[in-house]
Design a binder for this molecule. Structure first.
Ligand code: SUG
Length: 420
């Protein structure tokens, strides 16, 4: 049976704060801070456990090999370089699997297979190294070619950031959905702005063609340049969709009303839950990551919003959440989770997961979580993940050895040594 599975990225043992992502305010403001990889990874597993209990199904993807020696060599690192360059091969950024790929479920595609395109992530050096290893992993997890097609990444002239700029609206997972691609215009196209637009329109259009989507059920929308400027470096920082519901900030899109109209033309059942700027400012939405939430349909049909703890700590966001629950809308529960280590690098609950609608029986079971496997993963993390990393440690051979052996211990425990 087709169902939605969240594949969370297990936080890698090299998790650190190097301030690598221009336009990501959390990343910039925590640059140079010590990080806590063990705590970060355990926070991620706790979130997965909660969702496994709620939904009965949960998947995961493994950290990529770090430090990436091929990138160390390609950058000719010799100690004289900028610290940001030295840090790039160490980044644990593949934890944010919302950027691993764009996924079009089988009911939406011409050949009725689920299509996945790994995101090239070319705008940021530390992220551009991810896709070949991500692809290798997707080819194992979704290796059954009767059900899945894995594409190459989009050519590097076009920036593609994957599912973080892609939303699917549907009445049920088995029915054809409407896929919404949100792209940004570059600052020079809009006449201002300090930050790059990481998702390019032509990348989105290319992915839609490659996946064989029906043009009548595919919508392309421009992100609000002011949202990018305020720090919404991905659309999933200001909007999220689930089933027929679009949960969005009022300033998410370049032309909000036109965006709703375009989606409604393709998907008349659309239900918009809009948060006005008077209730939660764009800045506060970005600071708390209210929209970087997992909007889940529980087995009883009700919807739950899994938000970062930071939302509960914000007076305006929490007041809005209480008002939402007092009303009659589709979202019936708001549950905060602690993913502070990831949040400090700009990654909330939704960044940490890639949604794949498929039959769980068609996925390599080594990538599916069980209670017993969650315990095994926790034990391995507790035994092997570094407790703390200072950015100045990046480059050290000792740290390299411990990061490499920690990851290999996890691959061994999960019978995935072939990813080594
Ligand atoms: O690409 N942060 C990530 C956060 C990704 C969040 N994903 C989604 N919104 N879907 C990024 O900007 C920071 C790394 C550093 O600074 O060390 C970083 O890569």
């Amino acid at each position: 049976m087709l169902t939605e599975i969240n594949f969370d990225g297990i936080v890698g043992p090299s998790h650190n704060y190097a301030g690598l992502s221009l336009g990501n305010i959390a990343s910039a403001s925590h640059a140079g801070d010590p990080s806590y990889p063990r705590a970060a990874a355990l926070q991620g597993v706790a979130k997965m456990r909660g969702n496994l209990a709620r939904l009965g199904v949960q998947g995961f993807l493994l950290p990529l090999p770090r430090p990436n020696h091929a990138l160390v060599q390609a950058l000719a690192l010799d100690g004289s370089e900028l610290p940001q360059l030295r840090a790039a091969p160490w980044s644990a950024s593949s934890m944010w699997t919302a950027n691993a790929a764009t996924v079009s479920p089988a009911p939406d595609t011409a050949d009725r297979r689920c299509h996945l395109t790994p995101a090239n992530l070319v705008t940021m050096l530390h992220r551009a190294q991810e896709w070949p290893d991500t692809k290798r992993q997707l080819e194992i997890a979704f290796g059954d070619s009767r059900h899945f097609t894995i594409h190459d990444a989009v050519p590097p002239s076009f920036g593609d950031e994957g599912a973080a700029n892609h939303m699917r609206l549907c009445e049920s997972h088995a029915a054809p959905g409407v896929e919404v691609f949100v792209y940004g215009k570059q600052p020079f196209e809009t006449g201002g702005g300090r930050f790059p637009a990481r998702q390019h329109e032509q990348a989105s259009r290319l992915v839609a063609r490659a996946h064989g989507l029906d043009p009548a059920r595919t919508v392309f929308i421009e992100q609000n340049p002011a949202a990018i400027e305020a720090g919404a470096f991905h659309n999933d920082v200001v909007a999220v969709a689930n089933g027929p519901v679009l949960f969005t900030h009022a300033e998410a899109f370049a032309n909000q009303q036109r965006a709703y109209d375009a989606i409604r033309t393709a998907f008349p059942a659309l239900e918009v839950v809009e948060v006005p700027s008077s209730a939660v400012s764009l800045q506060e939405a970005i600071r708390t990551y209210l929209f970087n939430a997992q909007l889940l349909t529980l087995p009883d049909g009700s919807m739950t919003l899994i938000v970062p703890e930071e939302c509960r700590e914000s007076a305006s966001v929490w007041a809005w959440a209480q008002a939402l629950l007092a009303g009659n809308g589709p979202i019936r529960q708001v549950i905060p989770v602690d993913v502070k280590q990831s949040m400090a690098n700009g990654g909330g609950p939704a960044c940490l997961r890639l949604r794949v609608v498929c039959d769980p029986a068609t996925v390599d079971p080594r990538f599916l979580l069980t209670e017993a496997k969650a315990e095994l993963i926790e034990r391995t993390i507790a035994a092997h993940w570094p407790e703390q990393i200072d950015p100045a440690d990046l480059g050290s051979e000792n740290l390299a050895n411990s990061v490499i052996s920690a990851r290999l211990a996890l691959l061994d425990a999960l019978n995935l040594a072939q990813l080594g």
